[in-house]
Design a protein around this ligand. Structure first.
Ligand code: PBG
Length: 327
């Protein structure tokens, strides 16, 4: 190729050590948030059929699962509660003796150094399965805020380290921030599900958490997947209202949005690698169609590369194991 000049990019790819010194992105155990489903009863470890490897735990058994996660280096968990009683106003969500409140107390007593995040929503607790109160078929915004504030405060009273409201009512960060402050929880951060799309990828979660809407869908409060600039407005208002972290959800089909929010905001960004994203990999892996470990680690790296500071993923324990193998 006489006279042809070109760049030799392959020089930096020649050996594992050469590749290691030019690697730009790392996944760390500190990046991982491990979700757990807790339910009433004793001696229960229910597998979730659409999420192989994910279980619903009764409180007597969840401790062992948390111990296992902690022993692998997981620093942060998020709790989703499945109550045994649902009503139109989601009473069990803000009951001081509710499933999430008791789970927080128990886990914090056993693992004081673990960061415990409480998901703050009503959909698992309402008989209609929506994230707010309903009147004449409409999901009422401001009336729902009061219940969300009660839920957040009761979770903080139980000992939650971070409150993560996922309901997508307008003003939920402002209301919850004020509610926490008035109750003396200035020090408890809010991790807002600021940019949450009305996604078909949540299907398996709704099996796991028994939270499908009985009628209708969530499109009047969750965002249209087609919209990007609307995500900037959501993120900006949540930061203005006092959000300490911003969640983008789902993650993998929305890495452009993760990057956008990272570039536009100064608070830590969390990518929520949702249930449907988990289920797809599991299904393909179980069929022998993909290499699960390689695919999962590539996807974790993609979320970090897109700008995520933290990754909320059902794969958290596996990732922690695979990171150990790599060392
Ligand atoms: C509750 C909530 C949902 C998820 C997290 N919190 C379900 C929903 O909005 O329908 C989905 C998480 C996942 O799919 O992994 N509002």
């Amino acid at each position: 190729m006489d006279g042809v000049t070109f760049r030799r990019h392959r020089r930096l790819r020649t050996t594992p050590t050469m590749r290691a010194i030019v690697r730009e992105t790392y996944v760390l155990k500190e990046d991982l948030i491990y979700p757990l489903f807790v339910l009433e009863g004793e001696n229960i470890k229910n597998s979730v059929s659409s999420m192989p490897g994910v279980y619903q735990w009764s409180l007597d058994l969840v401790t062992e699962e948390v111990r296992d996660a902690v022993s692998k280096g997981i620093k942060t968990i998020i709790l989703f509660g499945i109550p045994d009683h649902k009503d139109s106003v989601g009473s069990c969500a803000y009951d001081a003796k509710g499933i999430v409140q008791r789970a927080i107390q128990k886990i914090k007593a056993d693992f004081p150094d673990l960061t415990v995040i409480a998901d703050t929503c009503l959909c698992q607790f309402t008989d209609h399965g929506h994230c707010g109160v309903i009147k004449d078929g409409n999901i009422l915004n401001d009336e729902s805020l009061e219940l969300l504030v009660k839920t957040a405060v009761s979770q903080a009273e139980a000992g939650a380290d971070i409150i993560a409201p996922s309901n997508m009512m307008d003003g939920f960060v402002a209301a919850i921030r004020q509610g926490l402050d008035v109750a003396g929880f200035h020090h408890v951060p809010v991790m807002s599900y600021a940019v949450k799309y009305a996604s078909a990828f949540y299907g398996p979660f709704r099996d796991a958490a028994h939270s499908s809407p009985a009628s209708g869908d969530r499109k009047t409060y969750q965002m249209d997947p087609a919209n990007r600039r609307e995500a900037f407005r959501e993120a900006q208002s949540d930061v203005d209202e006092g959000a300490d972290f911003l969640i983008v959800k789902p993650a993998l089909a929305y890495l452009d949005i993760v990057r956008d929010i990272k570039e536009r905001q100064q608070v830590p960004v969390v990518a929520y690698n949702v249930s449907g994203e988990y289920a797809m990999i599991k299904a393909a892996a179980q069929n022998g169609w993909i290499d699960e470990k390689a695919v999962v680690m590539e996807k974790m790296t993609s979320m970090k590369r897109a700008g995520a500071d933290l990754i909320l993923t059902y794969f958290a324990k596996d990732v922690a194991n695979w990171l150990d193998e790599r060392e």
